[in-house]
Design a protein around this ligand. Structure first.
Ligand code: ADP
Ligand code: MG
Length: 681
């Protein structure tokens, strides 16, 4: 941001051709140029060779210890070399194909050499040198990505020009108050240091300042969006009776975990308030989200409203309906199951009763959003496995009431900080604790050549009357190979087990009806082993399944492995998961090792994020993750949280909207266009 916009053509020495080339790189204005940051730096600090790694680029200062000599080899190839004494080290310096340099070097002369360090040969292959001591003022030299005729050197020159001509027009975006509070460089100082760092600390401070600004602007945008959504969404103020809800919770067959109690309070508070709830409930598989949802539904019903729970599959709908009915059996609340399998007279009656308000809670699949479904007074909408429904489907369900409160449930643990980022415009409740006494799933890592033993292990479980999942290798972007694999594994198991056990086969190409049928057979223990590609229905509950083995487990990300593993360990028996993998890469081995060490979905998701980086965590496209120039969601965790709190305070203060020193931040918000946006999705 500059006081005025200046085209790069205004820079002395930038002609039409260069302007055009810069334009190709998205650099049109002087401001674009100043904000075009290096993606890395050449490090010209003197390096202690003892600490330098193999092939590392190093700069050393030393005294020439042997007369330089040139060897000619092959055609036109030369190798100039001499010994250099660096501290106590005697190393060899080599210049290839620059025989003319020979006359520059003399015995006993002090020189500074930059090049690639070969530790094994104690040799530096040089590509830069200075006679004398290291005079390099700029110990870090910026490297920019370039395009077309623009070179890194050229860019450095243009940026230098931009600074000398326009430095004083760089406008400060942050109020003085923040800069003092966090001891931040000014915007001008920070940009200068990014392009011309005086040293390591200078660079560090510059990055810190720019990262904070990026995160603050990003959070301002998210918080503004959230505020607009709230204002534009007068919702229902649920007036449930606190005492009777408390009584209900105390009457449950188990005490709530403290995490459950906390999220219940967060949800209830939100339902009571007059704005519309827009909340994400995150909790690992088995953390007890159903009972939390049930309490919220009960609160809505006792406030005189109806509730709806939408889940992605029929089996899940049946399972949820059964457990919620069980949980509410003494309350007099009327629940009903609604899927496309509910037909004819039964369907008509059910829809009538719903419309008349005789049904309090409707649980079902996307059949719930059908045109013929009318609620009497819908107050709370819950969707389970959030990512399975599109924005549109969720909206249709919501529009079956008048601004009902909305709760999304998901079993995909998302690292806390990513949740802040991705769901910044939603409130997030997290169940980060498991009910007491839950058995850990024992996880083992086996190589392919141990397959026989793994199958023996599996058979032992089957002999006890238990069931098992076998997950086939994931072949990315090839459903055909996926299927082929599944069929092969299925055949192999049929051969191995003969008629002793029934083996089911589940894959993505099966029509929905057949998938449901295969799943039902497994769920009813008509088949004891289920071979599946990764389409195993998320959330399906077969407590009798105690064994899972996952083929080529290194092909899966940690979060996905964790999701898969969550299919077992749902009953009271000890469960096992065997990861079959010949992982070769460090990263792959690390993932296998971590899986055997922890059952905690949040720990795994943090680790996953660390190993894969934020971009890959969700898959780049649908990630919705913002792109930052400097800030890093993984490493700047703490700063992100600080920025979020700052942004929230700003947005909710009158000063922010009125006072002069916030003008730049407001201008930024204006430029995003969200202030003009009056409705969500
Ligand atoms: P999920 O979060 O995966 O949907 P569920 O709601 O299905 O988890 O709960 C898993 C199991 O844990 C259920 O059998 C449920 O009855 C039980 N459960 C839930 N909360 C508790 C608790 N506080 N103490 C003991 N068991 C609980
Ligand atoms: Mg569930």
């Amino acid at each position: 941001m500059m006081k005025q916009s200046h085209s790069v053509a205004e820079l002395k020495g930038v002609g039409p051709e260069t302007s055009e080339a810069l334009k190709e790189m998205g650099i049109l204005t002087v401001s674009d140029l100043l904000e075009y940051l290096p993606y890395r730096y050449e490090d010209f600090r003197l390096k202690d060779l003892e600490e330098a790694a193999q092939d590392e680029r190093v700069t050393v200062e030393g005294v020439i210890h042997s007369t330089p000599s040139t060897v000619y080899y092959a055609k036109k190839k030369t190798r100039l070399s001499f010994k250099l004494l660096v501290d106590r080290y005697l190393v060899t310096v080599v210049f290839f194909n620059q025989p003319y340099l020979k006359k520059k070097f003399e015995l006993h002369q002090t020189v500074t050499i930059t090049g690639k360090w070969d530790r094994n040969r104690q040799t530096i292959t040089a590509n830069d040198f200075q006679i004398g001591q290291n005079k390099q003022q700029q110990t870090f030299e910026p490297v920019y990505s370039t395009k077309g005729s623009v070179t890194v050197k050229g860019l450095r020159k243009f940026i230098g020009l931009a600074f000398s001509q326009f430095e004083n027009e760089i406008v400060e975006t942050l109020p003085e108050y923040f800069m003092q509070k966090y001891k931040l460089l000014t915007r001008k100082q920070a940009l200068r240091a990014m392009h011309f760092p005086m040293g390591e600390n200078d660079l560090k401070q510059a990055r810190r300042r720019i990262a904070y600004e990026e995160l603050l602007l990003f959070q301002l945008k998210m918080q503004a969006l959230r505020r607009i959504q709230r204002q534009g969404s007068a919702g229902i103020s649920h007036t449930y009776d606190n005492d009777s809800l408390t009584n209900y919770m105390e009457s449950l067959p188990f005490p709530l975990t403290s995490a459950q109690s906390r999220v219940v309070q967060e949800i209830l508070q939100d339902m009571k308030s007059p704005h519309r709830m827009n909340r994400l409930l995150q909790g690992d598989v088995g953390s007890g989200k159903t009972v939390v949802a049930t309490i919220a539904l009960l609160a809505s019903v006792t406030s005189g409203y109806q509730g709806a729970l939408m889940v992605p599959t029929e089996i899940l709908a049946e399972q949820h309906a059964a457990s919620i009915q069980e949980l509410l059996k003494d309350t007099g609340v009327k629940t009903a199951l609604f899927t496309s399998s509910v037909k004819g007279k039964k369907r008509r009656e059910l829809l009538e009763a719903l419309k008349a308000g005789e049904i309090d809670i409707l649980i079902g699949t996307h059949a719930l959003i059908g045109d013929e479904v009318f609620f009497n007074r819908l107050g709370l909408v819950i969707t389970d496995e959030q990512h399975r429904f599109g924005v549109k489907q969720r909206r249709i369900l919501r529009e079956k009431g008048e601004n009902p409160d909305v709760l999304f449930m998901t079993a995909t643990p998302i690292p806390r900080t990513l949740a802040i980022t991705v769901f910044g415009e939603m409130d997030v409740s997290i169940i980060d604790e498991m009910p007491a006494g839950r058995k850990q799933i024992e996880t083992y890592w086996a190589k392919h050549n141990m397959l026989d033993r793994v199958l023996g292990f599996m058979e032992k479980e089957l002999q006890k009357g238990r069931q098992a999942y076998v997950i086939c290798p994931l072949i990315e972007e090839s459903e055909k190979l996926d299927l082929q694999n599944a069929i092969e594994v299925h055949d192999m198991l049929v051969q191995y087990f003969g008629t002793r056990y029934q083996i089911g086969l589940m894959h993505g190409k099966l029509p929905t009806v057949e998938k449901d049928e295969v799943m039902r057979q497994f769920s009813d223990n008509q088949s004891q082993v289920l071979v599946s590609t990764t389409v195993v229905e998320v959330g399906v509950n077969v407590p009798n399944a105690t064994f899972m083995f996952i083929y080529d487990a290194e092909r899966f990300g940690l979060s996905q492995l964790h999701q898969l593993r969550g299919r077992v360990g749902r009953g009271s028996e000890q469960s096992y998961c065997v990861l079959v993998s010949d992982a070769k890469s460090e990263n792959g081995k690390e993932r296998m090792r971590i899986m055997t060490e922890t059952n905690d979905g949040f720990v795994l998701s943090e680790k996953d994020l660390e190993l894969r980086g934020p971009g890959d965590f969700f898959g780049r496209k649908q990630s919705g993750l913002p792109e930052f120039k400097v800030a890093d969601l993984v490493h700047d965790y703490r700063m992100l949280e600080v920025a979020r709190d700052d942004a929230s305070q700003l947005i909710n203060s009158n000063a922010f909207w009125e006072e002069e020193h916030y003008a730049q931040l407001r201008a930024y918000l204006d430029s995003t266009g969200i202030l003009a946006q009056d409705k969500l999705d």
